[in-house]
Design a protein around this ligand. Structure first.
Ligand code: PGA
Length: 249
């Protein structure tokens, strides 16, 4: 299974700064054929990126940061999976902790979003992870397991599943989980997936302050199938370095 490097640009960028990154990455990353590289852009720039990618052969693949649980109808402001598909998107984040925290998304809604993505032919990346209080109270795996159980309730086979373990306390804080902490939780997620889906082919990514300084130690951990990179994916050189390290794995 090839390593995945997923960039999450969050609420950043302009049309030109987004396209500047896509052009830079296309130029610098095309030789990295051993890995899968995905950038999750704000909705409004997806189509412009897709147009660029059609005109310039690139290893980059397109992802979105969220989607509606609904397919169509009177849901003002929503963007459906089929709309994302229509503009060339292949992947979509589901249940990112910022969605859970600031937009009150719960596991039930996230499960519907997962299904909506899956049914439209997108690959959902389910984000899970505990807060610092939950970790300190020894609840990490109970929280993560509940997020997996509910978030993946519509999944049928392991090879459909992509999970990103993102401890909330490590996102955007500069504090990343240690390789030992990552290995422990990834091991538990993988056992849970094997027990529930009967196979170990699901991929588990780590996210939370991944940068060029800590990426190598994460890639050295066999239970890490890839990384979800926020802040450092907006930094052009940093993202290229992380991809280089993934490719050299
Ligand atoms: P970060 O974000 O790398 O800036 O911590 C990760 C994420 O939100 O996916």
């Amino acid at each position: 299974m090839s390593t995945l490097v997923v960039g999450n640009w969050k609420l950043n960028g302009t049309r030109s700064s987004v396209l500047e990154r896509v052009a830079f990455f296309t130029d610098k990353l095309n030789e990295f054929t051993e890995i899968n590289i995905i950038v999750c852009s704000p909705y409004v720039y997806l189509e412009a990126i897709q147009t660029y990618l059609q005109e310039h052969p690139s290893v980059l693949q397109l992802g979105a940061q969220d989607l509606s649980a609904e397919f169509s109808g009177a849901f003002t402001g929503e963007v459906s999976g089929s709309m994302l598909k229509d503009v060339g998107t292949h992947y979509v984040l589901v249940g990112h902790s910022e969605r859970r925290r600031w937009y009150f998304e719960d596991n039930a809604l996230i499960a519907r979003k997962w299904l909506s993505a899956y049914d439209t032919g997108l690959t959902p990346i389910l984000c899970v992870g505990e807060t610092l209080e939950q970790r300190e109270a020894g609840q990490t795996m109970a929280i993560v397991q509940a997020q997996l159980e509910q978030g993946l309730q519509h999944a049928k086979q392991a090879n459909e599943i992509l999970v990103a373990y993102e401890p909330v306390w490590a996102i955007g804080t500069g504090k990343h989980a240690s390789p030992e902490q990552v290995a422990e939780v990834h091991g538990q997620i993988k056992s849970w997936l094997t027990n529930n889906f009967g196979s170990s082919t699901a991929s588990v990514l780590y996210g939370g302050s991944v940068n060029p300084q800590n990426a190598q130690s994460l890639f050295a951990e066999p239970k890490v199938d890839g990384v979800l990179v926020g802040g450092a994916s907006w930094d052009m050189e940093a993202f290229v370095e992380i991809c280089q390290q993934a490719n050299a794995r």
